[in-house]
Design a protein around this ligand. Structure first.
Ligand SMILES: O=C(O)CCC(=O)C(=O)O
Length: 268
């Protein structure tokens, strides 16, 4: 599904932008149903916490108290448009080209930056949030709105996935030391609504404040090779739906109907 050039670009740069994965009609439905979920189920917060918020490369003293982020997990439990979106076969086959052949969904996370003071993200890898045995794990950022320099588009440190998992600070959310990994060293990857930007669980990334008058809504779909065992963190022990290939039997991985580990006591 991906060209040789795209695979080489990903392997060298740690990310890849895929254009127009979702049609305008699909994006309309995803956008409408996402707004319904946000209005009915989400209480916005100030976003990720920690002393990095005092660093002027991310926020001024005035902005620090005003940031806003709306987040929620597993949109497919709320919306048919999102249940459909996670199964997108061009996306699944492209991810299979990078980490497959089989691909399992691990989690779905909304990051909606509010208008004017939409929360920034300090430079980090996703590894510490949901560590896995190896790097066969791709995060896919689904752009419901276009990502621009002004609204806090995603930024990557090219080649950084080759460093493997790095030690993070855990003061508030996991993040890398701000002086060692300045966000100005990262490459901005603007994208249009309907585009998807892929990156590795070990790619160093972050984003700046949304200073526009509109929300910037982005949904991260996490996909792994089901042979890549999770070691802890978010959604640990929960099987995900297979989006490409049939689940292989993997020694030490138990798939139980409750999706919980350890298995709960028998129910009547
Ligand atoms: O939404 C963003 O701008 C950053 C997303 C991010 O850091 C993540 O999904 O790990």
């Amino acid at each position: 599904m991906l060209t040789k050039e795209e695979i080489s670009f990903f392997n060298e740069n740690s990310y890849l932008r895929m254009k127009a994965v979702y049609s305008p009609d699909e994006v309309d439905a995803m956008s409408r149903e996402l707004d319904h979920v946000i209005e009915n189920f989400v209480t916005p917060s100030k976003g990720w916490q920690g002393p990095w918020r005092k660093d002027s490369q991310y926020l001024s003293a005035d902005e620090e108290s005003k940031t806003m982020l709306a987040g929620i997990k597993e949109l497919q439990h709320f919306s048919p448009a999102w249940a459909h979106a996670i199964l997108n076969q061009r996306l699944a086959a492209s991810i299979a080209d990078l980490i497959g052949p089989e691909v399992e969904l691990q989690q779905v996370t909304l990051h909606a930056k509010g208008p004017e003071y939409g929360a920034p993200f300090p430079m980090h890898q996703d590894y510490p949030f949901y560590p896995h045995e190896d790097d066969r794990f791709i995060d896919a950022l689904v752009h419901v709105d276009a990502g621009t320099e002004e609204n806090g588009c995603i930024k990557f440190l090219p080649g950084s996935h080759q460093l493997g998992p790095l030690k993070h600070l855990r003061n508030g959310s996991h993040h890398l030391p701000t002086e060692q990994y300045p966000i100005e060293d990262a490459v901005s990857v603007p994208a249009d609504a309907g585009d998807v930007v892929l990156f590795s669980i070990n790619t160093i990334h972050g984003s700046a404040v949304n200073r526009t008058k509109e929300w910037r809504r982005l949904v991260r779909l996490g996909y792994r090779n089901p042979r890549n065992k999770q070691l802890g963190g978010q959604a640990f022990g929960r099987p995900g739906i297979m989006v490409h290939g049939v689940r292989p039997k993997v020694e030490g991985v138990e798939i139980n109907p409750y999706g919980l580990w350890p298995r709960p006591a028998a129910t009547p």
